[in-house]
Design a protein around this ligand. Structure first.
Ligand SMILES: Cc1ncc(COP(=O)(O)O)c(C=O)c1O
Length: 445
C-alpha cells in the first residue's frame, strides 16, 4: 500500500466525508463562478419534464404505434359499468379488461350499500382513523375479511398497491431477508425496496428453489418473509401453497400471500386460496388482498393474528397514522359485496365454470394460454408487443375489449392479451370471443 492509500485507510468515516467535501469545493471553485456552473453543468433534462429521458422514450413508443396505425388502447373512458360488457364511445363491447369477477360492481345491493354509507357518514371520513376517522363499518368490514381468511384480525387500507408497499416497508428492515416469486406484483417489489431488506426473487412457483435459497441464506438474517400471489395476475396460475407452508415452517420464516386475484375467485365459496387448498388460515402470517377486484370497491387489507394487526394499526405510516381512513362508500360497497358473495355462492361457481370454459375453448383452438389454470385470468401469449397490440385492435373492431400486456409488465417475448373472465360472461360470449381471437390471430400471422 502506498502512503496516500494507507492514510486514507486509517481515516475515520467523518474525516473521509470532510476530505471529499473539501475536494469537491476546491474543484468547483477552481474555474467557474456559480452562475457559469449552473449554465454549464445542470442539463435541461434535469429540470424540464418534456426533456426527461423516460418521457421521450414514451413519446417514441406512442409515435411508433401511430406509425403502425395502431389506435392508442390506453385511457379509453367507459360510459357504463365495467362488467361482462362495456360501453365505449357509444358502442357496446364484450369486455375482458376489468376484474369485476363476481359482477358486484354495478350490483343494485352493493350500490345501495355504498349510497347508504354516504348518506350516513358523508363522502369522506375526513381524518386518519387513529384520530377521528373511524366509522363502525370499518371494523365490520375488517371482521368479514378476517373471517374469509380464517384468522383473528384485519386492517384495511385506502389502496391495494399501498397496502403492499407500506406493510412490507414498515415490517421489515436492513437485517431481514425478503424472498418473493419472480412474477410477483410490482407493489410487492416496491415495498421490498422501501424496507431496505435484502431481496431475492426465486423462480416462479419453485418451492424447491426457495427451500435451497433458505438453506443457504436463512442464518444470515433476522426475520425472513416469503411472498406469493394466490393467483398470478399476468399468468392466471396458482402456487402449490401447502408446499410453501412446509418450507416456511422448516426455515422459521414468515409467509405472505397476495390474494388480489384469488379472493372471491378460488375456493367453493370464494374465500380464496386457503379455502381452495383446505389449509388453516393461521398457516399464513400475512394475508393481503385488494378490495378493487371481486369486492367492487377500492382499497386493500392485511389479515392475520391480532398482535400483528394491532402493531400495524397503531404504527404503519401509510395505513392509519398518516393517511385518511377508507371512504364510507368504499367501505359500504366492499362489505355488501362480501355479504352478497356469501349469500349467493352460485356467483363463485359460475365464475369458476365460465373460466374453465374459456380456458378449454382457447386450448382447443390451440391458443397459447401459458400457465393459466383454475383462475379467472387467462392470457393469450403472442410473444410480440406489436402483434399483441394489433390483435387487440382487431378484436376491438369486432366488438371485444381486451388489454394487451407488454414489457415491462411482462418480458417482451411473453407479450400477450390478458382476459379477465367474470361470472356474468355467457357461454355464447366466450365462444364468440375465442373463435374471433383464433381467426384474427391466424390472419395476423
Ligand atoms: C397482485 C396484485 N397486488 C396488488 C395490486 C394492487 O391493488 P389495487 O389495484 O387495488 O391498488 C394488484 C392490482 O392489480 C395486483 O394485481
Amino acid at each position: 500500500m502506498d502512503n496516500g492509500k494507507r492514510k486514507l485507510a486509517n481515516m475515520s468515516p467523518e474525516e473521509k466525508r470532510n476530505l471529499a467535501k473539501q475536494l469537491l469545493q476546491e474543484q468547483t471553485h477552481q474555474t467557474k463562478t456559480p452562475s457559469q456552473q449552473t449554465e454549464r453543468e445542470i442539463q435541461a433534462e434535469f429540470y424540464r419534464f418534456e426533456l426527461l429521458s423516460g418521457y421521450r422514450e414514451l413519446q417514441q413508443q406512442i409515435e411508433e404505434m401511430r406509425r403502425l396505425n395502431i389506435q392508442n388502447p390506453y385511457f379509453m373512458a367507459h360510459e357504463d359499468v365495467s362488467n361482462n360488457t362495456i360501453s365505449i364511445a357509444g358502442r357496446e363491447y364484450i369486455n375482458y379488461s376489468g376484474y369485476n369477477y363476481l359482477g358486484m360492481s354495478g350490483d343494485p345491493i352493493v350500490s345501495k350499500a355504498a349510497k347508504e354509507a354516504i348518506d350516513k357518514y358523508g363522502t369522506s371520513v375526513s381524518a386518519s382513523r387513529i384520530v377521528s376517522g373511524e366509522i363502525p363499518i370499518h371494523s365490520e368490514l375488517e371482521q368479514e375479511l378476517a373471517n374469509l381468511a380464517g384468522v383473528e384480525s384485519c386492517l384495511v387500507f385506502v389502496s391495494g398497491y399501498a397496502t403492499n408497499v407500506t406493510t412490507i416497508g414498515h415490517l421489515f428492515g436492513p437485517k431481514d431477508l425478503l424472498l418473493h416469486d419472480a412474477l410477483i406484483h410490482n407493489s410487492v417489489v416496491t415495498g421490498c425496496q422501501l424496507s431496505g431488506a435484502r431481496r431475492i426473487p426465486f423462480p416462479h412457483n419453485d418451492w424447491q428453489a426457495l427451500d435451497n435459497l433458505l438453506a443457504e441464506n436463512r442464518r444470515y438474517h433476522e426475520r425472513v418473509l416469503i411472498i406469493l400471489e394466490g393467483v398470478y395476475s399476468m399468468d392466471g396460475d396458482i402456487p402449490e401453497l401447502p408446499k410453501f407452508i412446509e418450507v416456511k415452517k422448516r426455515h422459521k420464516a414468515l409467509l405472505m400471500v397476495d390474494e388480489a386475484h384469488s379472493a372471491g375467485v378460488l375456493g367453493p365459496r370464494g374465500f380464496g386460496i386457503g379455502e381452495h387448498f383446505g389449509i388453516k388460515g393461521t398457516d399464513i402470517d400475512l394475508w393481503m388482498g385488494t378490495l378493487s377486484k371481486a369486492f367492487a370497491s377500492c382499497g386493500g387489507y392485511i389479515a392475520g393474528c391480532k398482535e400483528m394487526v394491532e402493531y400495524m394499526k397503531y404504527l404503519t405510516p401509510g395505513a392509519i397514522l398518516y393517511s385518511v381512513g377508507l371512504s364510507p362508500s368504499n367501505t359500504g360497497a366492499a362489505l355488501a359485496a362480501i355479504r352478497v358473495m356469501k349469500a349467493e355462492p352460485e356467483r363463485v361457481s359460475r365464475l369458476q365454470a365460465r373460466s374453465r370454459f374459456f380456458l378449454k375453448r382457447a386450448q382447443e383452438r390451440s391458443l397459447n394460454t401459458g400457465l393459466s389454470g383454475g383462475s379467472a385470468v387467462v392470457p393469450v401469449i403472442l410473444g410480440d408487443s406489436i402483434k399483441s397490440l394489433q390483435l387487440g385492435q382487431r378484436l376491438f373492431e369486432r366488438g371485444i375489449n381486451v388489454q394487451a400486456m407488454l414489457y415491462p409488465s411482462v418480458p417482451e417475448e411473453e407479450a400477450r392479451l390478458r382476459f379477465f373472465i367474470t361470472a356474468q360472461h355467457t357461454e355464447e360470449q366466450i365462444k364468440f370471443t375465442v373463435d374471433t381471437v383464433a381467426e384474427q390471430l391466424q390472419e395476423l400471422r
